[in-house]
Design a protein around this ligand. Structure first.
Ligand SMILES: [Zn+2]
Ligand SMILES: [Zn+2]
Length: 87
């Protein structure tokens, strides 16, 4: 898996470095790593409370892999945070 983070995840998309600017509604906070991604680099999903949550593509892929390995929610979240911190 490529870990090509180019943006800062705050003012620009963590993955493609698209600038969000002010009042940009294409920015979504990743539920896994708390970085911001644009529409193209994020994946929206529905959680157990039926709310729409967003993941960046890296966290989305990792979540699928970890869920299949039987990891708990907290283990998944810890893994996602450690991945992004090491980028
Ligand atoms: Zn992007
Ligand atoms: Zn993420």
């Amino acid at each position: 898996m490529k870990r090509n983070a180019r943006g800062d995840g705050h003012y620009t998309c963590i993955l493609c470095n698209e600038s969000f600017g002010f009042f940009n509604h294409n920015a979504h906070e990743c539920h896994g790593c708390s970085k911001f991604v644009c529409n193209k680099c994020g994946v929206d999903t529905i959680n157990q409370q039926n709310e729409t949550i967003w993941f960046c593509k890296i966290c989305s892929e990792m979540t699928e892999i970890l869920k299949k390995s039987g990891a708990s929610y907290y283990e998944v979240k810890q893994q996602l945070e450690s991945i992004h911190h090491s980028m």
